[in-house]
Unconditional design. Sequence first.
Length: 226
Amino acid sequence: MNKDNPSHRTAPVAGRPIGVLLADDHPALRAGLRSLLSTEPDMDVVGESGSGEEAYAWYRAHQPDVVVMDLSMEGMGGMEALGRIVKHDSAARILVYSVFSTEVMLNRALSLGALGYVTKGNDTEVLIDGIREVARGRGFVSPDLISVMVRRRASRERSLLEQLSDREFQILVLTAQGLHAEACGQALSLSEKTVRNHLTKIKAKLGVVDTAGLVLLAVGAGLVEP
């Protein structure tokens, strides 16, 4: 990563339009997007690129607020350009705008550092919302990808849960069902202190800081009903 690029970039300055780089190998589509975004007072298309190589070079030279990135470009594709940009600047804010709606493509883009992903079949309002959210440093996916995100999250949570011992798993489930430490101990013939010690270890393994976090994770993994 270039040392001149901060690892934590603030959102665009209030009152200044969001500077957007359009990266897509179809000139007509770029022209359409430029026309669309020109009607938004808080957005300004500051550059265009027709290949991954151009997108990467343009980003390094100008550091736009948001990159709207197609994935299927000739030469260096959008996925590789995405990865290179994020490697150069971990604070880069990239919104993928693609025809691909598969779980594999979404997971790959997000794992490389994209903050958002919108499929091209959506209304243009969804893309505009996505640009605004990504400019604020927030994650965003189009509505048609929500079910994919749920599966992705559940898979990640199941992977985390595999770290737990059988006893820790039992305590997690009982806690998510609403039992406090003393009640968990009674159900499992353990002392309250032992249960609390287990809970401390469970939180550390799962990367959560409180009981509410444990409950959310358990619900997301399908261990208990919400």
